[in-house]
Design a protein around this ligand. Structure first.
Ligand SMILES: CC(C)(COP(=O)(O)OP(=O)(O)OC[C@H]1O[C@@H](n2cnc3c(N)ncnc32)[C@H](O)[C@@H]1OP(=O)(O)O)[C@@H](O)C(=O)NCCC(=O)NCCS
Length: 164
């Protein structure tokens, strides 16, 4: 199993993040979006998974909005997939949500993105709704997924168990 550290994203990470972004999404965020999140959005929590040797194996952005945290994006580089990067990123997002005492964690995911949905189900997200034709490139629906009542000790226990 490969080893990673999850740490805050910095401006210097953006070129490597953009390379993974291009390989991971049909509608990649532009570079300026990451610059904005890092420099001008105090409500953004941006992390990277750095592999031994310094490669950026993945990253995630979460927005903190009062008692809600919203996962804006999460990705791992294709060559690093299925090695626990997505989970390490999700665990760190959930730890931060717990530190901020949020009540809900929400996200949207393409209906066809089974890999991501499996990750979210594993971490306690449940489907709560659907946004019709949400993604403009192919008019694919988005599922809304939520961890509700995140302050329930059972949520922390689940993350602890998966972390172990
Ligand atoms: C979704 C994504 C972040 C998962 O990252 P990853 O590093 O491969 O995930 P992990 O190795 O930590 O896997 C964690 C869990 O995710 C699920 N999962 C990941 N890839 C999967 C796949 N190809 N098929 C089914 N389940 C999968 C499984 O539940 C897995 O747990 P398991 O190993 O116990 O089965 C990655 O596939 C990705 O970057 N995809 C492109 C970008 C994207 O779609 N992001 C999400 C936008 S909503």
């Amino acid at each position: 199993m490969a080893r990673f550290d999850v740490r805050p994203m910095t401006l210097a990470d953006i070129p490597a993040v953009m390379a993974v972004e291009a390989e991971s999404f049909p509608l990649p965020w532009p570079e300026r979006a990451y610059r904005y999140e890092l420099s001008d959005n105090p409500n953004a929590y941006c992390v990277v998974a750095e592999a031994e040797g310094g490669a950026i194996a993945g990253y995630a952005v979460m927005w903190m909005m009062a008692d809600e945290a919203h996962v804006g994006t999460i990705a791992s580089a294709p060559i690093w997939r299925r090695q626990g990067v997505g989970e390490r990123l999700m665990i760190e997002l959930m730890r931060e949500a717990a530190r901020r005492e949020v009540i809900f964690i929400t996200l949207e995911v393409r209906v066809g993105n089974i890999a991501a949905q499996r990750l979210y189900l594993k971490y306690g997200f449940v489907e709560v709704g659907r946004r019709k034709r949400y993604y403009p490139n192919n008019r694919e629906d988005a599922l809304l997924m939520t961890v509700e009542d995140f302050r329930d000790p059972a949520c922390a226990a689940r993350v602890d168990a998966l972390d172990a």
